[in-house]
Every structure is written in structure tokens, then in C-alpha cells.
Design a protein around this ligand. Structure first.
Ligand SMILES: NC(=O)c1ccc[n+]([C@@H]2O[C@H](COP(=O)([O-])OP(=O)(O)OC[C@H]3O[C@@H](n4cnc5c(N)ncnc54)[C@H](O)[C@@H]3O)[C@@H](O)[C@H]2O)c1
Length: 248
């Protein structure tokens, strides 16, 4: 499948732009004509990747940002607006399962409180901070707010990650309600297993395979385009049908 979308003149603010789907989305939006503010806590990664894109003539701006901090998100969004003149899309990829990333367990009696805190902060609080920070700018021309949920938000298998991702579905509705009068749409895109890591191939899906990262990026690009002008306040599951075989 090859969808050609033209985002010339548009500006995307993307968190988690240092690796995985956030990096791929940054590259694809830039290649499709958008200017891209690439936010990540991993400064080396975004600087290195942004240099490569700039060398190819694309318009990107790496901004070091810890999305757990409201002031850092606000400053990054303000800088993106000052640099590029407008903001059309915010896409919050930064996140992940705290147990894996923090080297912790899933057991309610043993999981560390700081892992719970991290999971809620990065996966739920940060996208809320992003929408709060960008809303006034999005109101100027309309736009799209994309959240990254997860099928794990539906199966409940991770004590903090699941409620954070499920919470994003509710928040997406809130953004859609408050944004509609200004032409702002919001969609939560919830992947099943995606091969940003080899281990994700072990998670079962109805179709029998994990998605390639580009599949998620294509869906997000479609949702940001005018092809999706009537889509807002909802969740898109891109999970290979895992939702009909939960907890198997
Ligand atoms: N990969 C999957 O199978 C899968 C499945 C379901 C949902 N998701 C969700 O999709 C999103 C992207 O997943 P991925 O696998 O591409 O991620 P990834 O692990 O490859 O990248 C995440 C990025 O977020 C950045 N980050 C972490 N903490 C941060 C912070 N405090 N501030 C700023 N940046 C921070 C990391 O440095 C990294 O570059 C995540 O929200 C994840 O929960 C992924």
C-alpha cells in the first residue's frame, strides 16, 4: 500500500521522536512536506536523526523535552510555533510499558511505586500536557491531536500502563468535544504488537503477525489528512484483531 499525502506547509509536533514509531513518523511527515518538531528525552538520538533529515533538505527541529514536565512541553511547543509559525498536528508517541522500561515486575504486591508513577506520567499525563500546551495554537487553523493508546489498555494486563492507555481514549473524547468548534479533531490510535522490538513478534494476534511500524504511521498520516475530516473522538485499533482474543 502506498498512500501519497501532501503535508506541505503543515507543522507536526511529535513526541518520542528519538526512536520507533515516533522517529518513523517524523521522517515520513517531513518527507511529505511538513515541518516537524522532534521532541524526545534522548537528546543525542533526536539531534543525530534531525541532522540526517536536514542534510536531505527536510525541515525539522530537534527539541530535548522530558514529557513528564509541563514546563518542558510548553516551552517545546512554544518554540515549535515560534520557529515554524503554526501548529497543525500533535502526535504523542512517547510512552511504553513501565515494567519493561524500568526493569520492574507486573505483580501488584511487588511493583515499585516509582514505576507506577512513571507509567502514568509518560503515558497519560504527558499527552494531556501536550494538548493543553498546543490547544491555543491549534485553534488558529484547526488541526489534529493524535494519542497512542494500546491494546493493553483493553486487556488490563499491566497495572499502570493499561489504565493510562485506556484513559487516553477518554481524554481523546474530551479533546474532540472542546476542539470541534475550532476544527480540531482528536483520535486515539491503539496498536497491538508492533515490531519496533523483535520481542513483540511473540504477542499473539488473530491474523498471526505483529504489525510493521510503517503500518501505524500510515494510519496516523491518514487520520491527520483531510481524508479523515469526519473522524474524531474515537479510537482506532490497529492490532491484527487481538481485541477479539483478549487474555488468550
Ligand atoms: N511497540 C509496540 O508494540 C506498541 C504497542 C502498543 C502501544 N505502543 C505505544 O506506541 C508508542 C510508541 O512505541 P514505540 O515502540 O515506537 O516506542 P519506543 O520505545 O521505540 O520509543 C519511545 C520514545 O519515547 C522516548 N521517551 C521515553 N520517556 C520520555 C520522556 N519522559 N520524555 C520524552 N521522551 C521520552 C524514548 O526516548 C523513545 O525515543 C508508545 O506510547 C507505546 O506505548 C507500542
Amino acid at each position: 500500500m502506498n498512500i501519497e499525502l501532501d503535508f506541505t506547509g503543515k507543522v507536526a509536533v511529535i513526541t518520542g521522536a528519538g526512536s520507533g514509531m515516533g522517529l518513523l513518523a517524523s521522517q515520513k511527515f517531513a518527507e511529505s512536506g511538513a515541518s516537524v518538531a522532534m521532541l524526545d528525552i534522548n537528546e543525542n538520538a533526536i539531534n543525530e536523526e534531525a541532522e540526517k533529515l536536514k542534510a536531505e533538505g527536510y525541515s525539522v527541529l530537534p527539541i530535548k523535552c522530558d514529557v513528564r514536565e509541563f514546563d518542558e512541553i510548553k516551552a517545546a511547543v512554544d518554540l515549535a510555533k515560534k520557529t515554524f509559525g503554526r501548529i497543525d498536528y500533535t502526535i504523542s508517541f512517547a510512552g511504553g510499558y513501565g515494567g519493561r522500561i524500568r526493569g520492574d515486575v507486573n505483580d501488584l504486591t511487588k511493583v515499585r511505586p516509582d514505576t507506577i508513577q512513571w507509567s502514568l506520567d509518560v503515558n497519560l499525563r504527558a499527552p494531556i500536557y501536550m494538548a493543553m500546551s498546543a490547544f491555543e495554537y491549534l485553534k488558529e487553523n484547526g488541526g489534529v491531536v493524535i494519542h497512542l493508546g494500546s491494546i493493553t489498555g483493553h486487556d488490563g494486563n499491566a497495572p499502570a500502563y493499561s489504565p493510562a492507555k485506556y484513559g487516553l481514549v477518554a481524554f481523546t473524547k474530551g479533546v474532540a468535544i472542546q476542539g470541534a468548534p475550532y476544527g480540531i479533531r482528536s483520535v486515539c490510535v491503539s496498536p497491538g504488537p508492533v515490531l519496533t522490538r523483535e520481542a513483540m513478534a511473540n504477542m499473539k494476534t488473530l491474523l498471526g503477525y505483529a504489525a510493521e511500524p510503517i503500518e501505524l504511521v500510515r494510519v496516523i498520516m491518514f487520520l491527520c489528512s483531510d481524508n479523515a475530516r469526519s473522524i474524531t473522538g474515537c479510537e482506532y485499533l490497529v492490532d491484527g484483531g487481538r481485541n477479539v482474543m483478549l487474555n488468550k
